[in-house]
Write a protein that binds this ligand. Sequence first.
Ligand code: PAF
Length: 279
Amino acid sequence: MTPVVRTVADLRALARSWRAKGETIGVVPTMGALHDGHLSLARRARAECDRVITTIFVNPKQFNNPEDLKKYPRSEAADAALLATVPVDAIFAPLVEEVYPEGFITTVSMAGVAQPLEGHMRPGHFDGVATVVTKLFGMSMADKGYFGQKDWQQLQVVLRLVRDLNVPVDVVGCETIREGDGLAMSSRNVRLTVAGRAKAPVLYAAITAAADDIRAGHADRMAIREAAEAMREAGFERVEYIELRDAETLMPSDDPRRPRRMLAAAWIDGVRLIDNIPV
Ligand code: PAF
């Protein structure tokens, strides 16, 4: 069985013992409810590092909606069984009090790339992410940190964070893993009803069609409007945004010579889904 570490002191002791032997440490930060997307990150870390730590921590500071935090799926035993198949060297699953002990008052707050889209729709979300990722990197003495491209804006936030704060961690962004019908894997997918699950792949299909149209020379706005229309017709109750942005800064971009990304967030059957693709 993979050792489960609960305290920062124990995690540090483990990391120090590995570092003393000259071993490299890869960290895969997660909030649990693991699926193949997470496992692909852990496998990549396994291939590239001597030691792999997966962290499982549902970080209250990144939830702007208390209901979402309450409903967030938790399944540590099943997660541990999945991680044993990789395998990883340790699971770090601390209590909230261990990560945010009494008196905790520091926040890592980012402007720029953290502000639009998810930052706008979920105020405080990226401060929570930036704070916990900074802490997890520090606690684990990581050489490399692995993040999925499904949360594209989060990946850009973490890349910016390590640059701006001189955090000595190499951040690795990994391809989004999709179900056979195109739906991006997400821990929130388990909350979809059968009907919602059947309609959910339209999100990826619609942004893929829009990206194809834009590459073929169609007007950006028109292609995006058609994608939103297709999603509403399929039964999405709310399309929060579909945007074509500069892939790195997440600012609006009509410059096809720079890497661009189409990002979307929408609600189906009361579940908020996000996805993104290169354009
Ligand atoms: O992507 C996630 O699951 C979380 O935002 C992360 C990176 C583990 C930080 O809590």
